[in-house]
Each structure stands twice: as C-alpha cells, then as structure tokens.
Design a protein around this ligand. Sequence first.
Ligand code: ZN
Length: 266
Amino acid sequence: MNALTIDVEDWYHCLEPDPAQWHRFEDRITGAVRRTLDVLEPSGTKATFFVLGHVADRHPELVAELHALGHEIASHGQEHRFVYQQTPAEFESDVSRNVSTLSAIIGAPVRGYRAPCFSITRQSLWALPILKKLGMAYDSSIFPVVNHRYGIPDAPRFAYDALEGLREWPVSTFRLAGINLPFAGGAYFRLLPYALVRGMFKRLNDRGEPVMFYLHPWELDPGHPRIPLPVALRFRHYHGLAKTAGRLGRLIDEFPFSTVRAILNQ
Ligand SMILES: [Zn+2]
C-alpha cells in the first residue's frame, strides 16, 4: 500500500503568503476537492487530507464530508506560514488552532501533520516535540532533497521514528547516482513524463517500499485564475494542470493506495 495525501489549500495559498490579501482571490476549493474525489471514487480509494485552517474555517461542511466518506483528516496548519519563519510559540499556536478546529468538526482526534511547503528543515527541527505534544502520531514534512525553500538532503528517505511516539514519513524520492530525486507528487508529478514517475514508483514498490505521494486539489483545477508571477514560479504552478486528474486516475489504477494512518497502523 502507498500513501495518497492531498494538501487541502486553495490555489492562492501557496502564491500569496499574506493572509490579509487572501480575500482578494476566488474561492475554488470546494470544486477542486470534488474533482479530486471524482478521481478517487470509482476505485473507492481513501486518502489523507491535510486541511489548512483557513479552508476548514470557511468550509467545515467539506471537512465533515471528507471524514464521512472515510478519508483521513489531518493538519496543514492554520495560516500556511513556513515553520522556519515562525517562533516555536507561534508555530504551536498555529497548529493547535487548526487541530482543534478539525477535531471539533469530525468529532475525532487528528493525528497527522504536514508543514506548509515541507518547511521543517534543520532550522526548525524544534517543531517535532511540539507536534508530539499536540497529539500528532506522525509528521510528513521533512523532504530529503535539495531545494531552495525546503529539504534536509541527508534525512532518511523512508518512514522512521523522528521521536519516540512520532513517526516521520517523508515524501518519496528515487535515489540515483547518490542524489535523492523528487518525483512523488506536486509539480514533480506534473512536469516529469508519466512513464518515468510510474517506473520509479514501481521500483520502490518492487523493493517493498511504500510510496508517499502528494497533490493539491488546485492541481486538478486547470480553470483557476492566472495571476502575474515570476516566470519560473508561473511554470511550476500552472504547467500540466489539465492532465493531472487523468494521470492521478492512471496511477490509482496501477498502484494500491490508502491513508497514512491506515498504513502506519498495520
Ligand atoms: Zn501547502
């Protein structure tokens, strides 16, 4: 079993860091989540949805619906602020607020967390004991790659105990010539040829390693607004959106997926 994870934020949350500006953008999250559910539904595949607080506050019914459908609800924090740009006290308050909201909506504890933009790095490892204190059983925020915004390149590539009682399950990478190559989700999944992603997926599964895969609902919503962005970011954000739903459907046909919690509980 591989883990299918969806970071539930709207198309603008990763483009505009200032929450005071968010009211200017079109709210499309419900439609985008529906598109995602449409892909999962035929096979009955269940996923883990890391829900941003700003979305949960505005659309509690969407969170309740995902939970009622048998998906796992987990935390993506409240305001999409990078962990390493917060103090430990700010981080605790941000995650705690989101976890309280989500658990009140679903009437059950929330046990998993993923940081905005994988922002648990060497400078913000202090976040791990805070996550444990807030009741998290697992985290999926430490990406073992080189990237200008995130990553601990030599962190373990497969699930491990980050602390006693807190499992870390990083997004999967493929190791080639001593380098960890990201492929399992997001822009990597949209930019790389499908056959290459499939091949890496299969190689890991053949070795008995489950893949941790991630997407955002807006990646299945090609009609979302185009706003002016620097060229590289524009390419990374908007490229391949029209194909994502079809590719995800294919991946689900070819590989078995489940929620993080279900796999870690096995
Ligand atoms: Zn995010």
